[in-house]
Design a binder for this molecule. Structure first.
Ligand code: GAP
Length: 450
């Protein structure tokens, strides 16, 4: 199976209600997207799977939901006001701005190296370029009625900030003992110089992040554990194919200002193999700086060992939209069925937007429709999202469901009237079996657990 192009993914996403360009009717806004009815279901299923694995399945990781806007001192202490930058160059004629590292084709933030590599290069419009310089990606606004320096605040560029400043609150309210973690899912904002590649690089993003607070001595072991967690989660929980994943270790010039070590999982996106999920060793960078700036003691006393230390942090961080793009790309496939090419999204059934589709063979036969409606309502109550589809012939209905990744189609036909059995059709194999209507919930639930 050849990999889908970005155009395949963008067009399916729009046509079938996964992702829309935001402000579409006003010409869009670069770097912003809206999730449609199927996109929001898929995203919610991905988020729930992550939350279940990180928070519910462990007894020492606690969830929070912090504010997007916090006291700006947070971003001074975290180093973002100073260091959350990307190297930028400007087309001297059009004044369009570009990421210097992307134009140079390297993963580097070293201005000297970039200057060297960009010597003699032109902008995509064919004009001369300015020298590379740093550009801060924090988005700002004001709170209160006066738009002055004192009222300036920032939209968070990563969710992690709210986690660090709630370290004491969570530790004390949950009587948490190190090692323990804090997890959060939420929006973050980055004034990306060149948002691009559909939802791969956007200006309003959502992150799923977990910060694990540990003893400094445990940093290597914990780092490996959280790298392994991310890799296994993608394969086992989201059904992503291992061949589409690889590791990338950050070199010194590539690491974020807070990171002592960083490994990304790269995914084979339509636009190339690129960062999907980061694991970072943030050392005691964050809690030390927040202690210093807030003048609050964020050290931890280990009574058993009679020691006091500033906890180290291992961070696991992934963008929800980027993960959605990976899931769509990985699931996208085309094959031949009955001499026709079909597009099928082979989602792991647990995360598919609809778990099943229910159809009466003919929509003008009340006796079939009545039984089908009963089955539909029963599945809705027991499986969650189920779709009713009585439009067009049965082959067309199957293709429509394949294209949105519905793993099971159930058809109620004349044989149902005789023996209460229905046709159960499997998306991936297109195989059809007869099954007793009253065994549907049990059978599908079994398939959805595996
Ligand atoms: N707290 C650490 C942190 O934010 P990051 O590498 O800047 O680290 C983590 O971001 C993850 O967030 C990335 O691996 C990616 O999945 C996602 N991400 C970052 N910037 C993004 C953007 N502009 N658009 C979409 N996703 C983004």
């Amino acid at each position: 199976m050849t990999k889908p192009t970005m155009e395949d993914i963008v067009s399916l996403s729009k046509r079938r209600g996964f992702v829309f360009q935001s402000s579409d009717i006003y010409g869009g806004l670069s770097g912003f997207y809206d999730y449609g009815p199927l996109g929001v279901e898929l995203v919610n299923n991905i988020k729930k799977t992550w939350w279940d694995s990180v928070v519910h399945a462990r007894d020492n990781i606690y969830g929070i939901d912090g504010a997007i806007i916090q006291n700006p001192l947070l971003w001074q202490a975290s180093g973002h006001l100073e260091g959350f930058t990307d190297p930028m160059v400007e087309d001297v004629v059009t004044h369009k701005r570009y990421r210097a590292d992307q134009l140079a084709g390297v993963d580097s933030t070293d201005l000297k190296e970039l200057k060297q590599l960009l010597k003699g290069k032109k902008s995509p419009e064919g004009n001369d370029l300015s020298e590379p310089r740093f550009f801060n990606m924090m988005m700002q606004t004001w709170v209160g009625p006066v738009e002055d320096e004192a009222a300036k605040v920032y939209l968070r560029p990563e969710t992690a900030g709210a986690i660090f400043i709630n370290f004491l609150n969570v530790r004390d309210s949950m009587r948490a003992k190190i090692p323990f973690g804090i997890a959060q899912i939420g929006k973050a904002f980055r004034n990306e110089i060149s948002p691009r590649d559909f939802i791969f690089r956007v200006r309003e993003l959502e992150q799923m992040e977990m910060q694990y607070f540990i003893r400094p001595d445990d940093q290597e072991e914990s780092y490996e554990e959280w790298r392994k967690f991310a890799w296994n989660f993608l394969i086992d929980k989201l059904g992503i194919k291992e061949v589409n994943l690889s590791w990338h270790e950050h070199g010194e010039s590539e690491r974020a200002h807070y990171a002592k070590a960083a490994h990304d999982i790269y995914f084979n996106f339509p636009n190339g193999s690129k960062e999907l999920w980061g694991t970072h060793n943030r050392s005691d960078f964050d809690l030390s700086n927040h202690s210093r700036v807030s003048k609050q003691d964020l050290s931890y006393i280990d009574e058993a060992a009679n020691t006091r230390f500033i906890p180290y942090v291992i961070e696991s961080s992934v963008g929800v939209g980027r993960l959605l793009l990976a899931v769509l790309t990985d699931a996208f496939s085309r094959d031949q069925v009955d001499n026709e090419t079909r597009t099928v999204l082979r989602f792991k059934p647990q995360i598919a937007p609809y778990k099943a589709a229910v159809s009466p063979l003919l929509k003008n036969k009340p006796e079939l429709v009545k039984i089908a409606r009963g089955i539909y309502q029963n599945l809705q109550q027991n499986l969650g999202m189920v779709i009713w589809d009585d439009n067009g012939n049965i082959g067309k209905r199957y293709r429509r469901q394949d294209e949105i990744g519905t793993p099971f189609c159930i058809t109620i036909d004349f044989e149902t009237l005789d023996n209460q059995s229905v046709t159960l059709r499997h998306r991936d194999t297109t195989k059809q079996t007869r099954i007793a209507a009253d065994k549907l919930v049990e059978t599908l639930n079994k398939e959805l657990i595996n």
